[in-house]
Design a protein. Sequence first.
Length: 326
Amino acid sequence: MQGNDTFPDAPFFRDIADGPGTGRAIWVHAEDGVRLRLGYWPLEGAKGTVLIMPGRTEYVEKYGRVARELAARGYAAVALDWRGQGLADRLGRVPSVGHVGRFQDFQKDWAAFMGALDALACPELPKPKAFVAHSMGGGIAMRTLLDGAAQAAGFRAVAFTGPMWDIELTKPMRLFARIVAGCGSAIGLGKLFVPGGSGETYVKEADFEDNTLTRDEDMWNYMRGQLVTEPELALSGPSLRWLSDALAEGRAFAASPPPELPGLVFLGTHERIVSSDAIRAMTQRWSSCELRMIEDGEHEIMMHGPEVRRAVFDDMIAFFEKNGAV
């Protein structure tokens, strides 16, 4: 499957992705003109396609090894560069700031990607009926579920890893963040870093010891090596506007009825980035959702060691197949 005049080929860094050799990428435009990137790994004889919805700071190539795990189980894969990150258009005054005008804009990205997949459908990349959403991608996915967009697009089962249904903050820090982010955005400073924000991306700045993402050093080096090799993919701290809208979405999710589609959530017992309390609260209310706790797991469940990854992907695929997502 090649790009065309409507969806031209986009750069794709195959070597750092370490995914199936079929990987490619195309440019896609949202309805407001923002240029996005869609990456995909077709698979001959695929049972189906899994849509991967990345988290904040992430990009298509980071999910190359995830696509490899899915291909080994008979699934093609698609991943997305959301607006403001990866090779999609950067929206902040400084390109390294993780900024979005408002979180609802991510739904324009979702619609654009679904339209592109419909237009480019081929036997090696069947229309996806299941997705796995990580971190911020889990927040975007929850909004598509609550608004009915995922159901309307034909999705039958959803999986999440460390979904951002709220951010992990102490009560004093939450109050401070809400005031500072809200006021900053209101007076036109929404594109600035949150206080204490860094111009460097986390995996290049932090040490492996006690990092908040993974206990597996090989996967840590995989993530770090990608950004050393292709630094234009890197993104640093979020903007005030991003933080303000992220906190508002967390409050909205807590007040909303749960989705109707079957869900499966993986949560590390050592999660320190998103709110474990918010995840537990949602899964307790969501009668068709199952929660899997990963012992000693950090935030990046799909980026842990081989044994964890094997168990997670086996469980995920069994869940998708049980719910008719093939």
